[in-house]
Design a binder for this molecule. Structure first.
Ligand code: 3H9
Length: 715
């Protein structure tokens, strides 16, 4: 066999009970090596070293006929230990370990249950055969961490299943289940009963046949098809690249995959490693790894110990059949949870149900849901105009107008009509939930579940903990949020909570920058160059400017430019004009001299001499005004940790993933610089709110970071 085989013929190195994170045992002539690093068998230094020693020992032991590699517990292996990417790599490196596995001169079978993700999947590709339990899932999710598969995945997988299919897996990062993996050719056999027994039997059979071992590095396999005609791969690569949103990793994946076509295996592997290392050490991957741990940290909430259990929720009721209520109901129905939409107005109820059904039918038409899934979801949605029907629910979400008196009446009724222990949630985005809770005799059951519009699409869920919310009620909302596919983040009560409060701070800068001299297109251009898909003015036009205008009129708040635009009847795209003008049937924003003149008049009235404002100033004022507000939010304990704020902005407001969130970005820039720029802008504009907030000033002076403040995400 003509392999690069630096580990082959390695001498037997000793006892088989090796390494802390690997367990080795024998069944007859078969060595069973289990990666044992709970909870997900990540490939830490110790696990890699243990695995290598065990494989070498088995390879050198003449009484061993074949090897089975498995994962202890319920899963095979979730890949490289992500935390180690921030530290100098220690040998054995994963690509070398996998080469060693592949080079063994006796059959090596991977036995996979649970996940084989990232480096875990790559280990399985280094084995000579793969058997899987029905619950097995395979993925190369490195792209989601800003990486490429860096242990042979981009070179071995295409040889096994072809380049185009590999490109789909590697660029989406999404898992395939055992059945699909079998159909793709990743899995040799699915074992319904005892997986290890099946894997051992498979290994014995392989050893008995003495057939040449299938080493993916040693033949082109399915690659020969792509070599003859790479058009399917190139089409897949181009389609995937379109979705890459300013991220570098997708292009890295494509480059590595294309190398499989043009370079010998060893050279392709070498280039893969170089691309992997470049991305691993770059800013984007650091940001994406931060977000991986940040999302998980957000689920761990102060005061909710491991002993606290969520309440059982079998049925949900949503009060209000408006756009928000309907969207919220869809979240539950789509996740298989029965939900009743309650609205005392039968016409509004029917209209709302019609919108929900229309949305579902549109999903089926687009192909994002199957017709069966749509029918199943619709069957779970009940409706009632009788308020008393809330008595059947275990969780009620109120989604009516933002009117305190109305909400208090509703919560008093809920107190009377719902079962004891029913969680009573409000979807308010601005009202004081502590005050709403006073309308009930059970404030421990009351909390906020702040969905973002469109509720059935947006991932973010702010779970608002009021002063008296009970830990198990809070956990119920978080748990349910996860079940319906949201990213729940717990926040405290204040105006706008975390996300909108920061948005308002940025909105004040948009207004100020316009009056001081920037045009809407300057602001949006700076925002998109920073990495947002759209700038704040274009987003305002898309969402409709009238909503904010109406709220400001009620609260007495002012936004001179936005108000003046609305007074002209320009509410955004829906009226054909807002910050920009729009041609009929076209969403492209066109700068409008009328708006320039309007802003000029407002500036003159205020006695402001307009000036040219640099892109850098716009970007800094937009980004740092939010960070300054966030520092106050952290200081007040409204957010528990800065990484929660990052999760909120990434999942609810389209903050560029490549920058890891506003707080991570500020830490990378350095808080001293952020504070210095804020102080500068406060001085030149006279805006007191731009002065560095006390916590920011303190951390900046100490050389500290937001990440080190309070309980934060690791990684
Ligand atoms: C890679 O493999 C690179 C190679 O190609 C090349 C290398 C040279 N490392 O999500 P959960 C932790 S890149 C470290 O809550 P679930 C996680 O933080 C890697 N820690 O559970 C959490 O810790 P805590 C490619 C990890 O059941 C705990 O495990 N692999 C890792 O909902 C439980 O996780 C991936 O990207 C890890 N690799 O989901 C896989 N994985 O309890 C990423 C998990 O302290 N992982 N943890 O909060 C996942 O997709 C999910 O965690 C998984 C379990 C599906 C495995």
């Amino acid at each position: 066999m003509n392999c690069r085989n630096k580990f082959c013929n390695t001498e037997y190195t000793g006892e088989m009970g090796v390494g802390d994170q690997v367990a080795v045992r024998r069944e007859g002539s078969i060595a069973i090596i289990e990666i044992d690093n709970p909870p997900v068998n990540a490939l830490s230094n110790a696990a890699r070293a243990g695995l290598l020693r065990a494989v070498q020992a088995a390879a050198g032991d003449a009484s061993i006929a074949a090897v089975v590699i498995a994962g202890a517990g319920r899963t095979f292996c979730a890949g490289a230990e992500i935390r180690e990417f921030g530290t100098p790599p220690l040998e054995p490196l994963l690509p070398d370990l996998i080469d060693a596995i592949e080079a063994v001169e006796k059959p090596v079978v991977a036995a996979i249950r649970g996940v084989a993700f990232g480096g875990g999947f790559e280990i399985a590709l280094g084995a000579h055969a793969r058997v899987a339990a029905p619950d097995a899932r395979f993925a190369l999710p490195e792209v989601k961490l800003g990486l490429i598969p860096g242990a042979g995945g981009t070179q071995r997988l295409p040889r096994l299943i072809g380049l185009a299919k590999s490109a789909r897996l590697i660029l989406s990062g999404d898992p395939v289940d055992a059945v699909e993996a079998k159909a793709l050719g990743i899995v040799d056999t699915i074992v319904d009963g005892d997986l290890l027994a099946g894997a051992v039997a498979h290994a014995i059979a392989m050893a008995a046949t003495k057939q040449p071992l299938r080493r993916l590095s040693c033949s082109d396999g399915m690659l020969s098809v792509d070599k003859a005609d790479p058009t399917a791969f190139e089409a897949e690569a181009a389609a995937q690249l379109k979705r890459s949103r300013g991220l570098d990793a997708p292009a890295g994946c494509i480059e590595a995959l294309r190398n499989a076509l043009t370079l010998p295996f060893a050279d392709g592997l070498k280039r893969e490693r170089e691309i992997f290392v470049r991305l691993r050490d770059g800013e984007q991957s650091k940001a994406q790894r931060h977000l991986f741990f940040a999302e998980r940290a957000a689920l761990k909430v102060r005061g909710v110990s491991k002993e606290v259990k969520p309440r059982t929720v079998r049925r949900v009721a949503v009060l209000g059949a408006g756009t928000m209520g309907g969207g919220i109901a869809m979240c539950f129905a789509s996740a298989g949870i029965p939900v009743t939409i309650v609205d005392p107005n039968p016409e509004a109820l029917q209209r709302g149900l019609g919108v929900v059904e229309g949305n579902y039918r549109a999903s089926a038409k687009r192909g994002s849901m199957t017709t069966e899934a749509v029918e199943a979801a619709l069957a779970l949605i009940g409706d009632s105009s009788d308020f008393a029907s809330v008595s059947e629910a275990d969780l009620v979400i109120e989604a009516v107008f933002e009117d305190m008196a109305l909400k208090k009446r509703i919560f008093a009724d809920l107190d009377r009509l719902t079962k004891p222990g029913t969680v009573l949630a409000t979807n308010t985005s601005s009202l004081d939930i502590n005050e709403i809770a006073t309308a009930t005799s059970r404030p421990g059951d009351v909390l906020g579940m702040h969905f973002f519009s469109p509720a059935n699409v947006m991932k973010l869920l702010e779970v608002v903990r009021a002063e008296k919310t009970a830990p198990d009620a809070l956990l119920t909302a978080i748990d349910l949020g996860t079940k319906i596919g949201k990213v729940p983040v717990t926040v405290g009560v204040c105006y706008g909570f975390v996300g909108n409060r920061m948005l308002h701070a940025r909105g004040r800068q948009v207004e100020a920058l316009l009056v001081e001299g920037a045009a809407p297109a300057d602001i949006d251009g700076a925002a998109t160059a920073f990495g947002y898909a759209m700038g704040p003015c274009a987003v305002g036009d898309l969402a409709g400017l009238d909503v904010g205008w109406r709220i400001r009129k009620e609260s007495g708040a002012k936004a001179p430019v936005a108000d003046a635009i609305c007074e002209l009847g320009r509410f955004g795209q829906k009226t054909g004009a807002g910050y920009y003008r729009y041609e009929p049937g076209n969403r492209t924003p066109i700068p409008d001299p009328e708006i320039d003149a309007l802003i000029g008049r407002i500036a003159a009235e205020k006695g402001i001499t307009r000036r040219a404002i640099s892109r850098e100033e716009i970007q800094e004022r937009l980004a740092y005004s939010m960070v300054n507000e966030a520092a106050r939010i952290l200081d007040e304990g409204i957010a528990e940790r800065s990484s929660d704020i990052d999760v909120i902005w990434i999942n609810g407001y389209g903050y560029p993933v490549a920058k890891g969130g506003p707080m991570f970005h500020a830490d990378r820039i350095g808080l001293a610089k952020v504070a210095e720029r804020l102080a500068h802008y406060a001085a030149i504009t006279g805006d007191e709110r731009l002065k560095p907030a006390p916590l920011l000033a303190k951390l900046a002076a100490e050389g500290g970071s937001f990440a080190a403040f309070g309980r934060n995400a690791g990684g």
